[in-house]
Ligand binder design. Structure first.
Ligand code: PFF
Length: 478
């Protein structure tokens, strides 16, 4: 392997910051709070935490090991044997589709961030729409495309800089700042009257969900998709990042720290958003609009004045940076996959050109997401259900979901990721049960908890994945 041409992390800290940066993103700040808000707080939190321990952490370790052992990104499966190539392909399609909606959301966040920034100096940042800005933005095709493009340019420039000089450097600089901004916002919001109701929603034990199996399986499906997305597992990402890691580093330590931080950040994001909604009378069951419409209301109408503008800017800046540290990881999976192939063929790798081509392709695939007004109807691009002439009660409606974002999300989070995780766990639990242990021990650290990991790979993950896939497939027909 030509390490120097492929690239390598400069330090353990850099690797950790990049991995934590990839994990922490819109999944934590947008997905986690809104999904928790919609499915009922506490029960979702508990199921999510169990899934992280039994599925997420275990898969992440498996992926780091696969990447470092083979020295490849998503091509790791092919490097083990050609017959496993299909798992690698699934691991590349997911980031491609995810990035194309991620960048649309990231672009919107950037627009909000700039909106609050100019408000600080007294210019109206929301096109005269005030807190109705969300509905306006969704139908403003030129803004949606412009900010999608800007977000992709930011992502591409960093990925073009390579592993050490691009991804690592950026992540090391911004990740600690991210933690500081989050704490400032949490403390500020905690001091607002009425915030306490938000904490109660999250932490007051309520087990009623567990008595209705249908609801329980549905929450399990939602929490599992969220877990994949948030930890960036079941895509090529941890494999790719692991492949740039040298043999001396402890994989187990890293595969514990990253999920811990990611989960902590998701819970802290909830502790920022739920109390903010409670304090300013905004509904937290709002769904995907929570991050945009609801939070804008909190800062613009609830807090108001300069404090509202400064806090609003800080909030959206935090989300923007978190989104960029994730989108660079997504683009890196795609880029590394091609760079590896170029190196295998003995060619000079063309990282810059490859990232540019992928950025353009992602932009193109993101266009329907940007122009369908998130399925609100009457937009320039019709949502999948409109194209097929379906209504909410038509059979198969769920399969064609209500907008392009949900459609891409359903293919990845709902199908490709659980399926990929199922194949991977069978591979690492039954076919190559010693791979993870042996690779971890390369660093000279004894492997801890072999029985636990092996049991999760062999039994727990396959069973949970089959339940999740079954619940997903069923939802297409009923
Ligand atoms: N984990 C990121 C988030 O929670 O927003 C999303 C993500 C990043 C998914 C990188 C996949 C990935 F490769």
């Amino acid at each position: 392997m030509e390490t120097s041409k492929r690239g390598q992390w400069g330090s353990s800290f850099g690797f950790l910051m990049a991995s934590i940066g990839s994990a922490i993103g819109l999944g934590n700040l947008w997905g986690f709070p809104y999904k928790m808000g919609k499915t009922g707080g506490f029960a979702f939190l508990i199921i999510y935490l169990i899934l992280v321990a039994l599925v997420g952490m275990v898969l992440m370790l498996g992926e780091f090991a696969l990447g470092r052992k083979t020295g490849k990104g998503a091509g790791a499966y092919t490097a083990l044997s050609k017959k496993y190539s299909f798992i690698g392909w699934m691991a590349v399609i997911s980031p491609f589709l995810i990035l194309s909606f991620y960048a649309v959301l990231g672009g919107m966040v950037l627009r909000y961030c700039l909106g609050f920034l100019v408000q600080i100096i007294g210019i109206d940042g929301f096109a005269g729409q005030g807190s109705d800005f969300f509905s306006w933005l969704l139908y403003s095709d030129s803004s949606m495309l412009l900010f999608l493009a800007l977000f992709m340019v930011c992502t591409m420039v960093i990925v073009m800089g390579g592993i050490k000089g691009g991804i690592e450097k950026f992540s090391k600089a911004v990740m600690p700042a991210l933690g500081v901004i989050l704490i400032i916002l949490i403390v500020f919001i905690a001091m607002q009257p009425g915030a306490i109701e938000g904490y109660k929603f999250m932490f007051k034990p309520d087990f009623s969900l567990f008595s209705t199996p249908g609801d329980f399986f549905n929450v399990l499906k939602v929490a599992s998709g969220q877990m994949f997305f948030s930890l960036s597992v079941a895509m090529g990402i941890n494999i790719t990042f692991g492949s740039y890691l040298d043999k001396k580093k402890s994989l187990q330590k890293n595969a514990t720290i990253v999920p811990l931080f990611d989960t902590l950040f998701a819970v802290l994001a909830g502790m920022m958003i739920m109390p903010a909604c409670a304090a300013f009378g905004v509904d937290y069951g709002q769904g995907p609009g929570l991050l945009f419409a609801s939070m804008q209301k909190v800062f613009l109408d609830g807090m108001g004045g300069t404090a509202g503008n400064v806090m609003g800017f800080l909030f959206y800046f935090l989300v923007f940076i978190a989104a960029v540290t994730s989108s660079i990881a997504l683009l890196e999976v795609l880029t590394a996959n091609v760079v590896d192939r170029q190196l295998d063929k003995g060619k000079e790798p063309k990282r810059k050109k490859v990232s540019l081509i992928f950025a353009i392709l992602v932009f193109a695939i993101g266009i329907p997401v940007a122009l369908d007004a998130l399925g609100s109807g009457g937009a320039t691009v019709k949502a999948p259900y409109e194209l097929l002439g379906l209504t909410t009660d038509s059979p198969g409606f769920a399969m064609w979901n209500d907008c392009w974002l949900d459609f891409y999300d359903m293919i990845t989070e709902g199908i490709l990721m659980p399926l990929g995780a199922l194949f991977m766990s069978i591979l690492l639990g039954w076919i190559l049960p010693k791979l993870v242990k042996n690779e971890c021990e390369e660093s000279g650290h004894p492997f801890k908890g072999y029985k636990y990991f092996n049991f999760c790979f062999r039994i727990i993950i396959p069973v949970v994945m089959v339940i999740v896939l079954w619940t997903q497939i069923q939802s297409f027909f009923f």
